[in-house]
Design a protein around this ligand. Structure first.
Ligand SMILES: NC(=O)c1ccc[n+]([C@@H]2O[C@H](COP(=O)([O-])OP(=O)(O)OC[C@H]3O[C@@H](n4cnc5c(N)ncnc54)[C@H](O)[C@@H]3O)[C@@H](O)[C@H]2O)c1
Length: 343
C-alpha cells in the first residue's frame, strides 16, 4: 500500500496573506508568468468558471473557479469569489473570496485562505506582466490612465511601481467623483512623482495616456469611439466589458485564454458574435512570453484577461508554503474527524 496520509487543515486569514505578499511584486510577477507558461504548455486543468447568479439580486454573482496546476506549484483547488456591487455604497468592499487548496495525492483540502487579496494580487501581477511584455517593442509609456479606480486599479498601480515603472502623468476617471478622489489620495500617499489629473470623462484619460487600465464594473461597453485610440496605446482591459467590439477589431488583441475569454458577454465575446469568428485574437500572453507572438509597436494593443483559476492557485500555494515555512500555520485540529474506515 502506498503511504498516503490526510494532511492537516489550516486556515490562513487575510492579515497573514498580506504579510506574505507585501513587497514581493517582482517575485509574484515572475510566478504569474511561470504559471501562464505552464498553462500555455498544457500542464494545467482550468475548466470554465461557473457563474452563480440570483433572480432576486441581479447585480450580484458568485463565481467558482476550479483548477489544477502542475510544475513546481502542483496543487488542485477552487476559488469561490463573490461580487456584490451594492456593498460599496455601504462602505463594504464589493468582492470577497476564499481559496481552497486540495492535496493532489489524496484530494483532501488542506487550506482555506482569505482570497480577495490573492485575487487582486494575481490580477495586478498579470496586468504588470502584460504591461511589461506588450510594451517591449515600443518602450515604456510614461503616461498611464486609470478608468475605474477601485481595489483592482490600486493593486495594478502598486504592481507597476513595485516592478520598476514610474510615470510622468497619471490620468484618472471614475463615475464616482469620491472614488476618483480616493484614488488620487492613494497615489499622493504612495509618493508618486507623477502629475495626477482627475478627468470627468473616460475620453480624456484614453486620449491622454499611452498605457490605459480599465478596472470598472461596467456590464456592457461604454467606450465606442475608435478615434480615442488614434495614438495606438496599450490597453489593459481588466474589467473586460468596457470596450465596444469595433475597438477590439481595430486592435491587436491578446487574451489570457481564448476559450475562457470569449464567454460571458466580455468585449472579446461580443467581437466574436459580431464577426462570427475568432480571427481577431492575435494570441495569448503565454504566446508573447514564449516569443511565439510579436507585438506591434504601431497599433493599439488590448490585453483582455479573463482571470484564470491557476493563477489563484499559484499565488495561494506561494502564501501557504511561506506561512508553513515560518511555522505560523493555524491548523484546525480534527477538522476531518471520520478517518477510520470501519469506525
Ligand atoms: N480579469 C480579471 O482577472 C479580474 C480580476 C479581478 C477583478 N476584475 C474586475 O475588475 C473590475 C474592478 O474590480 P474592483 O474590485 O476594483 O471593483 P470596485 O467596485 O472596487 O471598483 C470599480 C470602480 O469602477 C467605477 N466604475 C463603474 N463603472 C464605471 C464606468 N463606466 N466608468 C468609470 N468608472 C466606473 C466604480 O465607481 C468603482 O469605483 C471588476 O469588473 C472586476 O470584475 C477582473
Amino acid at each position: 500500500m502506498t503511504a498516503l496520509s490526510v494532511p492537516p487543515f489550516a486556515v490562513i486569514p487575510g492579515a497573514q496573506v498580506q504579510g506574505v505578499l507585501r513587497g514581493r511584486e517582482k517575485e509574484l510577477v515572475e510566478l504569474v508568468e511561470a504559471t501562464y507558461r505552464l498553462h500555455g504548455a498544457g500542464d494545467s486543468v482550468n475548466p470554465p468558471s461557473y457563474f452563480l447568479r440570483f433572480p432576486d439580486r441581479p447585480t450580484a454573482r458568485i463565481i467558482a473557479l476550479p483548477a489544477s496546476v502542475g510544475g513546481d506549484v502542483h496543487v488542485d483547488g477552487l476559488k469561490w469569489i463573490s461580487s456584490f456591487p451594492e456593498n460599496v455604497a455601504a462602505g463594504i468592499p464589493r468582492a470577497s473570496a476564499v481559496l481552497i487548496l486540495n492535496d493532489p495525492a489524496t484530494g483532501y483540502p488542506f487550506a482555506c485562505l482569505e482570497s480577495s487579496v490573492i485575487s487582486a494580487t494575481r490580477t495586478a501581477a498579470s496586468a504588470a506582466a502584460a504591461a511589461d511584455r506588450l510594451t517591449r517593442s515600443r518602450g515604456r509609456p510614461s503616461r498611464v490612465g486609470f478608468v475605474g479606480t477601485g481595489l483592482i486599479a490600486r493593486y495594478v498601480h502598486a504592481f507597476l511601481t513595485g516592478t520598476g515603472w514610474s510615470f510622468d502623468e497619471i490620468a484618472v476617471h471614475d463615475l464616482s467623483p469620491a472614488g476618483a478622489e480616493g484614488f488620487r489620495g492613494y497615489l499622493a500617499q504612495a509618493g508618486t512623482g507623477a502629475a495626477i489629473t482627475v478627468h470627468e470623462s473616460a475620453e480624456a484619460v484614453v486620449r491622454g495616456s499611452d498605457l490605459i487600465v480599465f478596472a470598472t464594473v461596467a456590464a456592457s461597453p461604454h467606450v465606442h469611439d475608435r478615434g480615442w485610440f488614434a495614438h495606438s496605446p496599450v490597453v489593459l482591459h481588466v474589467s473586460l466589458r468596457d470596450l465596444a467590439p469595433e475597438i477590439l477589431l481595430d486592435a491587436f488583441d491578446v487574451v489570457d485564454d481564448v476559450e475562457h475569454c470569449l464567454k460571458a458577454d466580455t468585449s472579446p465575446h461580443l467581437a466574436e458574435q459580431l464577426t462570427g469568428n475568432r480571427d481577431f485574437v492575435a494570441g495569448t500572453l503565454a504566446d508573447v512570453l514564449s516569443g511565439g507572438l510579436e507585438v506591434p509597436a504601431d497599433r493599439t494593443v488590448v490585453f483582455s484577461p479573463f482571470g484564470l483559476g491557476v493563477l489563484d492557485l499559484a499565488v495561494g500555494k506561494f502564501v501557504y508554503d511561506e506561512v508553513a515555512r515560518v511555522g505560523d500555520l493555524h491548523v484546525v485540529e480534527d477538522f476531518f474527524s471520520e478517518l477510520s474506515r470501519y469506525g
